[in-house]
Ligand binder design. Structure first.
Ligand SMILES: C[S@@+](CC[C@H](N)C(=O)[O-])C[C@H]1O[C@@H](n2cnc3c(N)ncnc32)[C@H](O)[C@@H]1O
Length: 324
């Protein structure tokens, strides 16, 4: 998927720059950042594109293989099949993770347990069986992220508006009415855990549907490479549609990367949920950085179908425009 047509597409950004909060303090480095003396700001900025909303642009030339920046998630959750195998916070594989109060979830370190403390104190009081059964029987993964976000809001770890800046998917009335049942199960679990009406004020259908609309467009499926960088290219190519996911996560800065069927950048996970954005080839200052959202080895028609149905846009990247 990664050795396809070289698009050489140009950036079409308008001069309007987004607020400084978009220039996130993620770390960046050279091709081997371990030798860098201190982390430098990432060589990117978020700007408006001509036809794809906001996008991420290089502020200097970037070399192939360079680690552009890393990113920690706003919210993440293990997949239901991995919940007993990975750290409940960072999704690292945990053969010997430690459990708290005989709960089935485990953490890989004291640090992760500490960072999860806020939402986990809320989560562990509730009986999630009906909510989880609902998700399992319908193969739904995103409500688990919404559930965790709700617990983070209740615990004060984050604000109820935390995802608002991200682009939402358009939801049909039918989709929203299906979400009402899910929201009922979420509210019941939290009420059963002793949360007060006041604590649950934010938990309306508008909030829940708004969160899921953003998760739908912006969530990443996490597959851990666990190996060296050299393996990652092959792994990224092979696994886009595999079922090796340990969980799902939503990030801020990575959410602003637009799609290209012949991307110049890719996103990888080595041992946990921390994302690494890496250059796949030479990128010139001012060029837009794009990742591939789907399995780029599919035919043009299949790619267009998935992008249209899943993300709501018609891909007009150089590869699609050349009918490849
Ligand atoms: C994850 S967001 C990327 C950031 C987004 N442009 C924004 O302003 O927040 C995905 C959305 O960006 C737009 N997008 C991404 N790649 C695109 C492309 N190749 N062509 C047109 N629109 C694209 C679509 O609206 C898509 O649903």
């Amino acid at each position: 998927m990664l050795a396809l047509l070289r698009s050489g597409h140009r950036c079409f950004h308008q001069s309007k720059q987004l607020p400084a909060c978009y220039h996130l303090s993620s770390t960046a480095g050279t091709a081997d950042s371990r030798h860098a003396s201190r982390p430098s700001p990432p060589p990117i900025q978020v700007l408006l594109t001509e036809s794809a909303g906001r996008g991420v642009f290089a502020t200097r030339n970037i070399e192939p293989g360079e680690l552009i920046h890393t990113a920690k998630p706003i919210v993440s959750h293990p997949s239901l099949s991995s919940v007993n195998k990975v750290c409940y916070f960072c999704l690292k594989t945990t053969p010997n993770g430690f459990h708290i109060d005989q709960q089935k979830e485990s953490f890989c370190s004291e640090e992760c347990r500490e960072q999860a403390k806020g939402f986990y104190e809320v989560e562990k009081k509730a009986d999630w069986s009906a909510f989880v059964d609902h998700c399992r029987s319908r193969a739904l993964k995103y409500p688990l992220l919404a559930k965790r976000l709700a617990c983070m809001v209740i615990s004060g770890m984050t604000s109820a508006e935390g995802l608002d800046v991200l682009q939402p998917a358009l939801l049909s009335a039918e989709m929203i009415s299906l979400m009402e049942e899910e929201l009922g199960l979420l509210r019941d679990a939290l009420k059963g855990a002793g949360m007060t009406t006041e604590q649950l004020t934010f938990l309306t259908i508008e909030w829940y549907a708004g969160v899921l609309a953003r998760i739908r467009i912006n969530a990443f499926r996490i597959e851990l490479a666990g190996g060296s960088y050299e393996d990652l290219l092959a792994l990224a190519a092979a696994s886009v549609e595999s079922e090796a996911a340990v969980g799902n996560a939503v990030y801020m800065l990575p959410s602003f990367y637009n799609h290209d069927c012949d991307p110049n950048t890719h996103i990888v996970w080595v041992e946990n949920v921390e994302a690494r954005l890496k250059a796949l080839r030479d990128i010139k200052a001012g060029e837009e950085l794009r990742i591939c959202y789907i399995d780029a080895s599919m035919s043009r028609d299949a790619r267009q179908n998935i992008l249209s149905n899943g993300f709501g846009f018609e891909c007009r990247c150089a590869r699609c425009m050349s009918n490849d």
